[in-house]
Design a protein around this ligand. Structure first.
Ligand code: GDP
Length: 473
């Protein structure tokens, strides 16, 4: 490829490399510095792909006012654990998916669309909680237009309720409050409203501007009102997109499927994604081989706010990665490879630091210290840090907890792979494992534990560490 771009013969390039003492074949990759030397040797000009080039390719398209059309809102449901996020997502889907539609059964692809009785289409992210929301934002993809904050009417505003409020506010995303479990005898919606007031969420019933709807995910009461409230909020937001341009989207979830290869669910944010399109997504690239919608049907194209499974990737991207359709495969490959190099460099820098730390720790360490490795995944950066700090404090001169990896977002197959390799359990805090991670964990016997209270997590690790301690004695 290098020869090609310089319009030189491959054999000449290989010969030149050999002169430099590098025995290579034409299919081998070169590092950037070697490539640069060769290019100079041949008297050509070096142009390194940089971030700005990448942005240039991607940002070259401008939407003209005339091309803008209204698009469905994208909704994330957030709230405290057990307040009914999953139940609500299921209830909305069950109520609004027309059974006459092909199959009538929705596929879980990470997001789904429903149409209200008034004919308004809404796109829901199917991963409740803060994980999706924050991991997306941390990767630069702001997907959510509206947050539905679920608060159980028989409970109170809880820590994660407050966290959700803060996330929505930080992202500047409007909120709608769904006061759930209204069917419960102990339901006291006004108490919830009053408590929200203390967190500067003033709902309409309290003469504020935040819409509040009383619902029951179990009886279905209030669901239509909730959808109407969302539709109204969407109208106020005047959400537009240009379906005529080439697509840009965000990865909702992605996995390596045994039969189908890497599969990513992409929520198209602008433009229209079509079969045959060439794209770059995070550090991966590809050509759309097939698009599958949330009903499991193959579709030819997906417009703004439509979630689709994309087949035809060269590798598995990560949730929150941005997908851009580009002109040529060379361009897609170049951008993907550039990004991969950048993150490799970053990892190498980070890796070097840990090795150094480890070396110093080792130097101090008694030979007999047993290490208990764990992996930590949490929904937000703050929780991850808090847990890792707590973990580092556990142990004595016989046992030590070592956090092999910590991160924000759902537990993935990569995490399971790492855990398996190191014989470590995975501790999930307010996050879940995606389907493929669960399967792999089952197969490989990797333990995944879920927590919603940091103290519980810490206590369990302490208990396990002391178990290890007694086992050692
Ligand atoms: P999540 O952790 O926020 O996703 O909460 P879930 O959807 O898993 O719900 C937690 C529990 O509350 C489950 O046992 C649900 O059946 C129950 N639940 C959820 N919504 C309602 C509701 O509207 N009414 C009643 N009575 N129970 C509900």
């Amino acid at each position: 490829e290098l020869a090609n771009r310089m319009a030189e013969r491959v054999a000449d390039v290989v010969k030149e490399l050999m002169k430099m003492g590098m025995m290579v074949t034409q299919n081998q990759s070169l590092d950037a510095d070697t490539a640069e030397l060769i290019i100079q040797e041949f008297g050509h000009k070096v142009v390194r792909v940089s971030d700005s080039d990448v942005e240039d390719v991607i940002a070259a398209i401008e939407d003209s006012e005339d091309d803008l059309v209204s698009r469905p809102p994208v909704i994330t449901i957030m709230g405290h654990v057990d307040h009914g996020k999953t139940s609500l997502l299921d209830a909305i889907r069950d109520a609004k998916v027309v059974s006459g539609e092909a199959g009538g059964i929705t596929q879980h692809i990470g997001a789904y669309q429903v149409t209200t009785d008034e004919g308004v289409t809404l796109s829901f992210l199917d991963t409740p909680g803060h994980a999706a929301f924050t991991s997306m934002r941390s990767r630069g993809a702001q997907v959510t237009d509206i947050v539905v904050l679920v608060v159980a009417a028989d409970d109170s505003v809880m820590p994660q309720t407050v966290e959700a409020i803060n996330h929505a506010k930080a992202a500047g995303v409007p909120m709608i409050v769904a006061i759930n479990k209204i069917d419960r005898p102990a339901a006291d919606p006004n108490k919830v409203r009053a408590e929200l007031l203390q967190h500067e969420v003033i709902v309409e019933q309290m003469s504020g501007e935040v819409q509040d709807v009383e619902v029951s995910a179990i009886t279905g009461q209030g669901l239509d009102e909730l959808l109407e409230a969302i539709a109204l909020q969407a109208e106020i937001l005047e959400l537009n997109a240009n379906p005529k341009r080439s697509a840009q989207g965000a990865v909702i979830e992605a996995q390596l499927d045994v039969g189908r290869g890497p599969v990513a669910t992409v929520l198209v944010q602008n433009g229209t994604l079509r079969q045959g399109d060439i794209f770059v997504v995070g550090e991966q690239f590809g050509k759309v081989r097939a698009l599958i919608n949330d009903k499991g049907d193959r579709v030819k194209e997906a417009g703004p706010s439509v979630p689709v499974e994309v087949l035809g990737l060269n590798g598995t991207p990560e949730a929150g990665d941005v997908l851009n359709v580009v002109e040529t495969e060379a361009q897609a490959r170049e951008i993907a490879e550039y990004r991969e190099q950048v993150s490799k460099d970053k990892r190498a820098a980070a890796g070097a630091a840990t090795t150094l730390e480890q070396l110093m720790a080792k130097a101090k360490e008694d030979e007999n210290v047993a290490e208990m490795p764990i992996l930590v995944k949490a929904d937000v950066q703050g929780s991850t840090e808090a847990i890792v700090q707590a973990m580092e404090k556990i142990g004595n001169n016989e046992v030590r907890v070592r956090v092999l990896h910590s991160g924000v977002g759902a537990i993935t197959e990569t995490d399971v792979g790492l855990a398996e390799a190191s014989g470590a359990p995975i501790m999930g805090f307010n996050v879940r494992a995606n389907a493929s991670a669960r399967n792999t964990a089952n197969q490989k016997g990797v333990e995944i534990r879920y927590y919603s209270v940091i103290y519980d997590l810490v206590d369990d690790v302490k208990a396990a560490a002391s178990g290890l301690l007694s086992a050692e004695i």
